[in-house]
Design a protein around this ligand. Structure first.
Ligand code: SAM
Length: 186
């Protein structure tokens, strides 16, 4: 099944990852990126072998070999290169235009450019707010990069990403009201 606005590439840029503190939450950012329809994630500035291995295993079992995870690109370079190649940048921040209370999502959906979605960990450098084409708040209250990314992608794809199947999956869940049903496809 094709996702709406599916001609466009969506890349998530995860900034500010602190190797000791953020391992679990960055893994969740990557899982959300893949499951909610992004094509790739860049982990800025650091290389995390454990994250690469976790995502390799998830993709091997549940599919999505097209999903690329790249580590270690400096965040400024990643953003500038993305813009140079013609993409737009959406920075998720509680200080931005509220996704529900403004037309910012409509403007992003109408914008024909590929999208880089930036999420932070600790304090995001001020420059990011000015490099971004859109600063978007998933409500103007503090919560988390995982929830912010999930809500943004879900609204961007209008929920259609939730029923998409991964063609290269080895395992597939058969939804059922109780218990677990999983079939092996290959
Ligand atoms: N205090 C930090 C700052 O001022 O940048 C925010 C840290 S927050 C734990 C980590 C990330 O979650 C943020 O960089 C942002 O990407 C995301 N986030 C948290 N709340 C958000 C919200 N209400 N809307 C959009 N993104 C949010």
């Amino acid at each position: 099944m094709r996702l709406p606005v599916s001609g466009r590439k969506i890349v998530v840029l995860r900034m500010g990852h602190r190797p000791k503190r953020d391992v679990r939450i960055t893994t969740h950012v990557a899982l959300v990126a893949r499951a909610f329809g992004a094509h790739a994630m860049i982990l800025a500035d650091v290389v995390d072998e454990k994250l690469l291995e976790t995502m390799r295993k998830v993709i091997e079992s549940w599919g999505g070999r097209y999903f690329k995870l790249v580590c270690g690109i400096p965040w400024r370079k990643a953003i500038e290169e993305w813009k140079r190649l013609g993409g737009c940048v959406v920075h998720l921040t509680m200080y931005g235009e509220n996704i529900e209370g403004s037309d910012v999502l409509e403007r992003i959906r109408r914008d024909p450019r590929d999208v880089m979605v930036v999420v932070g960990a600790s304090k995001v450098p001020k420059e990011v707010y000015f490099l971004a084409d859109y600063n978007v708040a998933i409500g103007n209250q503090p919560h988390s990069e995982v929830s912010a990314l999930a809500v943004f992608l879900d609204r961007f794809f209008q929920g259609k990403e939730l029923i998409r199947e991964f063609e290269d999956a080895r395992l597939k869940i058969i939804p059922c009201p109780r218990g677990k049903k999983v079939v092996r496809l290959r």
